[in-house]
Design a protein around this ligand. Structure first.
Ligand code: UGA
Length: 442
């Protein structure tokens, strides 16, 4: 059965969710306050890079199932199911999450709800937010008794957003235990196709659903910082963290995924989520439980400074007047997202120490330039490497993995390559007379 759905927020999460809900056969309205973004989406253009999303978007616009609007009253009138997919960034100068965009959706939407409806929150929020919002909806909505608010966290990864939405590992739904309402039944309708595919469906209380999301990200961040801490120990001991990761990863209890040592995690989620989690734990009197996340955060941030130091060491102790090519500025491959990108952050730090830095990224050039307009940007890998004293691979795009020494041999000034993502073959570069360096490898 097809549902009438509004999705609030058309960023990485909201746009993907809206397009994928239409792909499941529902009638969907994407809602945002950013008219420029809406115009692009309505024309079938995804305003960011996400493999496969443009096809899903266009197909569903053409089929008439997917539309966009900035009008909350249109959304309230049209839909009986409302998803909140707006961002919850880190507050300026604080660890806590800024939930004002989520609050604003509720403040604007709830007063317009005159008929029965279900609101599903998808944004990552501090535990306790959903219950607070449920109270607020009851205060504001004319149809208060017939409006249910539930939390349905999203686990999609950028770069795999469509696949993660249409074939998720699990669906989690937190419902108000005192007033469960129709949220579970409606979620079963919305996600009927996924449930037919035997996707596990876990129904829980609101707080647990909120915590499932943030603790999953905290665990992933911890796994990455664990292997990066091992890389530091490997450096001190003359051992190889790649072999170590492969070997411990073969233990099924540990698993090899998310054990790639390198310059650490960035992006719009992991860094701010662990901080928001610590901040919230403090507020509810559980700060001691999460003090280890402070260490996870500092191991991660140390990766960036260590990378800058190792480039400086390789170039004889000073970056002044050196030319550095940076390959990759997105926070990870298959994305144009540079929010808290370790790669771009390192490029900036190296420039601050007096080097001239030229960046190339297959998709993130425009976003990088907006954040760091003073860095140099080159249209190809080879152009970025002209005259370079060191070439840094900081995002493991496929085209960098495939790079051969002969591709850039003739243009660099010195044959130095630093592999910030452990994605190259040391042997291949060393055989061709290059100095290859990585962290955690001899
Ligand atoms: C992350 C989670 O993986 C998603 O499940 C979650 O839904 C999402 O945040 C979110 O909260 O919205 P994402 O930010 O897209 O997804 O990126 P990840 O694939 O988790 O990568 C995060 C960072 O960790 C990247 O900078 C990546 O390069 C780094 N990373 C990842 C490593 O340094 N080593 C690894 O082994 C894996």
């Amino acid at each position: 059965m097809s549902c009438r759905i509004a999705v609030f927020g058309t960023g990485y999460l909201g746009a993907t969710h809206a397009a994928c809900m239409a792909e499941l056969g529902h009638e969907v309205l994407g809602v945002d306050v950013d008219e420029a973004k809406l115009e692009k989406l309505a024309a079938g253009e995804v305003p960011f890079y996400e493999p496969g999303l443009d096809e899903v978007l266009r197909r569903n616009i053409d089929a008439g199932r997917l539309k966009f609007t900035s009008s909350y009253s249109e959304a309230a009138e049209f839909a009986t199911v409302h998803f909140i997919g707006v961002g919850t960034p880190q507050r300026k100068g604080e660890f806590a999450a800024d939930v004002s965009y989520v609050d604003s959706v509720i403040e604007n939407l709830a007063p317009l709800l005159t008929e029965p409806a279900v609101i599903f929150g998808k944004s990552t929020v501090p535990v306790g937010t959903a219950s607070r919002l449920a109270d607020r909806v009851r205060e504001l909505a004319p149809a208060a008794d017939d409006i249910d608010l539930a939390w349905n966290p999203e686990f999609l990864r950028e770069g795999f957003a469509v696949q993660d939405t249409l074939q998720p590992d699990r669906l989690v739904l937190g419902v108000d235990q005192v007033r469960p309402g129709r949220a579970v039944d409606i979620a079963r309708e919305v996600y009927a196709k996924l449930l037919e595919d035997n996707t596990p469906f876990l129904v829980t209380d609101l707080a647990t659903a909120e915590l499932v999301k943030i603790s999953a990200n905290a665990f992933l961040a911890t796994k990455i910082s664990f292997i990066n801490a091992m890389a530091e120990v490997c450096d001190a001991a003359g051992a190889d963290v790649m072999v170590l990761a492969d070997a411990i990863g073969m233990d099924a209890r540990i698993g090899r995924k998310f054990l790639n040592a390198g310059i650490g995690f960035g992006g719009g989620c992991l860094p701010k989520d662990i901080r928001a989690f610590m901040a919230r734990a403090g507020e509810i009197g559980a700060d001691e439980a999460l003090t280890f996340l402070r260490e996870v955060d500092s191991i991660n941030m140390r990766r960036r400074t260590r990378m800058v130091e190792s480039v400086r060491d390789l170039l004889g102790g000073s970056l002044l007047g050196q030319r550095v090519a940076v390959l990759g500025s997105a926070f990870k491959p298959n994305s144009d997202d540079v929010r808290d990108s370790p790669a771009l952050n390192i490029a900036g730090q190296i420039q601050l120490q007096g080097a001239s830095v030229t960046v190339f990224d297959p998709k993130a050039m425009e976003n990088s330039r907006a954040v760091f307009p003073t860095l140099g940007y080159a249209p190809t890998i080879k152009d970025a490497c002209i005259g370079a004293d060191a070439v840094l691979v900081l995002t493991e795009w496929e085209e960098f993995r495939k790079l051969a020494p002969s591709d850039i041999d003739s243009v660099v000034r010195q044959k130095n390559i630093i592999d910030g993502r452990n994605c190259l073959s040391p042997q291949q570069w060393r055989e061709k007379g290059w100095t290859y360096k990585a962290q955690g490898r001899p």
